[in-house]
Design a protein. Structure first.
Length: 150
């Protein structure tokens, strides 16, 4: 029996704390349904970040004040109709599907959780909270489907 069917020991205490954060801090507002996302387009980022960055985060030649994102905007894509609206990603198997964001700019899932908590929720998670949320996200893993293209 799995956790959603009532087996309370199917996931760790750390994952349960991460799930509680996911539910109470606002992540579930966009990441909804059986696939835990993929159902809507949302603006990203919601919170401003320009004053905090010097441009040296990922690329010493990059001035992040020229980008609406708190990461390098590889490819220059600005969302649907250039309005910073992106499909909310499905979180099933998220720990297996790096790199992240619309352009693959971030490879580490912990950094994704940090960015999303700060710039989408306006509540930057502590390192402990980030670890807990990542542990919860790992419970969303299943078998990857291997689509062979001929």
């Amino acid at each position: 029996m799995i956790f959603l069917e009532g087996n309370n020991s199917a996931i760790s205490s750390k994952a349960k704390r991460g799930m509680a954060l996911f539910m109470t801090k606002g992540c579930k507002g966009c990441h909804t349904g059986m696939s835990v996302g993929g159902q809507s387009m949302q603006k990203s980022p919601l919170r401003d970040h320009f004053e905090e960055f010097t441009g040296l985060l990922f690329n010493p030649n990059l001035k992040l004040k020229d980008s609406p994102f708190p990461f390098e905007n590889k490819g220059g894509f600005l969302g649907a109709n250039d309005n910073l609206r992106f499909r909310v990603p499905i979180l099933r198997n998220i720990s297996k599907t790096s790199p992240y964001f619309h352009n693959g700019a971030v490879k580490d899932l912990k950094e994704v959780v940090r960015i999303m908590s700060k710039y989408q929720l306006g509540d930057e998670f502590s390192p402990k909270q980030i670890d807990e949320v990542v542990e919860f996200l790992k419970t969303l893993d299943g078998d990857l489907v291997d689509y062979k293209v001929k």
